[in-house]
Design a binder for this molecule. Structure first.
Ligand code: SAM
Length: 280
């Protein structure tokens, strides 16, 4: 059964905006971002009228969209989730998994849904575009949001142990989050390979994101003695040290020990942003 929020039986009028890219995905791969989304946007989800969430570019299987649906339904039992894919065959493969409130539709960055989405999640989608194209996709997605809505755009490793994402609202990018399984890296800068498209090419000397990762590695080294109490204690000590020189989010919902103990750290976008935006 179609959950009802996709338009015209899932067919966008005109050609979907974007390109078909590799469909790699997997069970639980986006758990870190799902958990963050459910916590950070809980007030938004709970208070919205008929909240609609889009999972853009869900890939070769329905699984990450279904997992997002299950996790967000714990927060808001009537939330509707639509998985949007630009590959027609992937939409056909996901359709048998539709259920009330969960549907799959053909489309692209134009988001062919029946009302503005409250949240758009796009993971491992923009990495396969150019840096300028990624900025343009952000612009288009932002213009589609419901009032107060948000986009979570990010990248993760194959099984999701290393992830990074940017949260945006209608005005632009607001925050950057790094999230890692604490046994999944040697030093925090190992997460650089998972930076979103708009940051990954900026990990060079002179750019803010490069300076941040350098300082995070330094803080991680200084926090080594805490490793005796476990990697979680070491991560929290490193983040606390980092917070002396970087505007790390310190209080909920974005920061504080409860988030840090999960292997997360969030900063304002401006702290890591490139000075200039490339042309598409
Ligand atoms: C690597 S898969 C990611 C799957 C899933 N989001 C994940 O992280 O596990 C990327 C998917 O995005 C789709 N895609 C790329 N550009 C798109 C666009 N503009 N609109 C919708 N889907 C798109 C591709 O067809 C591909 O299936």
């Amino acid at each position: 059964m179609n959950g009802g929020a996709s338009r015209g039986g899932g067919r966008a009028p005109g050609r979907p905006v974007g390109e078909i890219t590799r469909g790699t995905t997997g069970h639980n791969r986006l758990r870190r971002a799902d958990r963050w989304t459910a916590a950070v946007y809980r007030p938004l989800l709970v208070s919205a009228e008929r909240p609609l969430v889009v999972d853009l570019g869900y890939g070769a299987s329905h699984v990450t969209t279904t997992e997002l649906f299950i996790r967000l339904r714990r927060v808001r039992p009537d939330v509707e989730v639509v998985g949007i894919e630009i590959d027609r065959a992937r939409v056909a493969a996901a359709r048998p998994y539709e259920r009330p409130g969960l549907s799959f539709a053909l489309g692209g960055f134009e988001l062919p849904v029946d009302r503005p989405p409250l949240i758009v999640r796009a993971f491992n989608v923009l990495r396969q575009y150019g840096e300028g194209q990624a900025w343009e996709a952000w612009d288009l997605l932002r213009s589609r949001l419901a009032p107060g809505g948000a986009i979570i755009e990010g990248t993760c490793s194959e099984i999701g142990h290393r992830a990074a994402w940017v949260a945006l609202d209608a005005r632009g990018p607001r925050t950057v989050t790094l999230s890692a399984r604490l046994t999944g890296f040697e030093r925090p800068s190992d997460l650089a390979e998972r930076l979103p498209k708009t940051l990954i090419h900026r990990n060079v000397p002179g750019e803010r994101v490069h300076g941040f990762l350098r300082d995070f590695d330094h803080a991680w080294a200084l926090a080594a003695p805490y490793g005796a109490y476990g990697l979680r204690q070491r991560w929290m000590a490193a983040v606390a040290h980092l917070a002396r020189s970087w505007p790390v989010a310190l209080t909920p919902p974005l920061g504080g020990r409860r988030r840090w103990r999960l292997g997360e750290v969030t900063l304002p976008w401006a702290a890591l942003a490139p000075d200039s935006r490339p042309s598409a």
